[in-house]
Design a protein around this ligand. Structure first.
Ligand SMILES: *Cc1c(COP(=O)(O)O)cnc(C)c1O
Length: 358
């Protein structure tokens, strides 16, 4: 039975993409072989990676002075690569502490230089996005790091902080391609693929060219944006099959109307769930209303035993992976681009049923 998979990541992929991948699994085009078996230097593979980049550029309207890199190591490796490469002029950066991944980014950055944390929402279990003002940011810093969408707590930045002209670096692992953004507002954007792009194993980095080439000389080649950029992500063997699937997702998104259409759908999908949560007398949404994520919807009943019962009964209805992160409990419905609206409708009607019987 095909289920509705509300996993936070690795997460559901568009069914049309999986079907296409199955069609091409054994023999790709005229190559006589699987994409998995191809040399990454072959003409067939070059066409695949180039098209993937071209489509991503088009979807996000990425300006020419930004490089697109397909790397490995997940978003977690970017927690290290970002400070190693960018924390090089002032050896100081600001990190907004809005969740568990922000905390991990902070702890890696501290190994490289000085980390200043002007605001944190840890006092209320990261249930909101703290306000910032430009005077919190002194000019003598290399960047300001934010986590655009906080996957575990279900919050998101609905507007960018005014950083007094300092470049913004954003972890967009769980919201890339979910709503339109202006890439030019950022110095660097990174995202692990397994939430909104494709299979785990690929990490997308979009970086303004003037930020490349600042890593210290003793930096390992694999951790140096300049080496990755100069070699078009092919300094070594890239995650070839993952990039191919990401490319299929990009082409699919284009066909579906691009990021603008995704945003509209995502807003409608999220509203279905939040509207019900706001009206329910059993379920309570946990994120501050104005900071609600479009991608990860977190809620509780207030009774851990009842939460458990809900999660296990949902599973029998084909609603799976709806349990909240182990650090916060409760429930979390991750409703990335690939989650069809029918999945949300099925979830909401099951919740209504559960509430009636509780
Ligand atoms: C999932 C996630 C990560 C961790 O990604 P890995 O690819 O497992 O390293 C980091 N940041 C955010 C916002 C995430 O959602």
């Amino acid at each position: 039975m095909k289920v509705y998979n509300f996993s936070a990541g690795p997460a559901c992929l568009p069914e049309a993409v999986l079907v296409k991948a199955r069609e091409e699994l054994v023999i790709y085009g005229n190559s006589g072989m699987s994409v998995m078996e191809m040399s990454h230097r072959s003409a067939d593979y070059e066409a695949i990676i180039n098209q993937a980049e071209k489509d991503l550029r088009e979807l996000m309207t990425i300006p020419q002075n930004y490089k697109v890199l397909f790397l490995q190591g997940g978003a977690s490796m970017q927690f290290s690569m970002v400070p190693i490469n960018l924390m090089t002029t002032y050896k100081r950066a600001y990190y907004l502490k809005t969740g568990a991944f922000a905390k991990k980014a902070i702890s890696e950055a501290k190994k490289v230089g000085e980390v200043i944390v002007p605001v944190s929402s840890e006092d209320k279990t990261f249930s909101y996005i703290p306000e910032t003002t430009p005077d919190m940011f002194d000019k003598n810093a290399d960047y300001v790091h934010i986590t655009s969408n906080n996957t575990i707590y279900g919050t998101r930045f609905t507007k960018l902080p005014d950083t007094n002209g300092i470049s913004i670096v954003s972890d967009m692992s769980s919201c890339i391609l979910s709503e339109t953004i202006n890439v030019g507002d950022y110095g660097l954007i990174y995202a692990g693929a397994q939430k909104n792009i494709g299979p785990a194993g690929v990490t997308v980095v979009i970086v303004r060219e003037d930020l490349i080439g600042k890593a210290p000389e003793n930096t390992s080649s694999m951790l140096d944006y300049k080496i990755m950029a100069d070699n078009d992500s092919m300094y070594n063997t890239p995650p070839t099959y993952g990039i191919y699937i990401a490319g299929l997702v990009f082409a699919h998104l284009k066909k579906e109307g691009g990021v603008e259409a995704m945003q509209k759908r995502n807003e409608e999908k999220a509203a279905l769930l939040y509207d019900y949560l706001d009206s329910s007398s059993l379920f309570k949404p946990t994120a501050n209303k104005k900071d609600r994520s479009l991608m990860n919807v977190t809620f509780v009943t207030g009774d851990a035993e009842l939460d458990k019962k809900f999660v296990s009964e949902a599973k029998t209805q084909g609603i799976v992976n709806i349990k909240g992160h182990r650090s916060v409990g409760g429930m979390r419905a991750s409703i990335y681009n690939a989650m069809p609206v029918e999945g949300i409708k099925t979830l909401v009607s099951f919740m209504k049923e559960f509430e009636k019987n509780a």
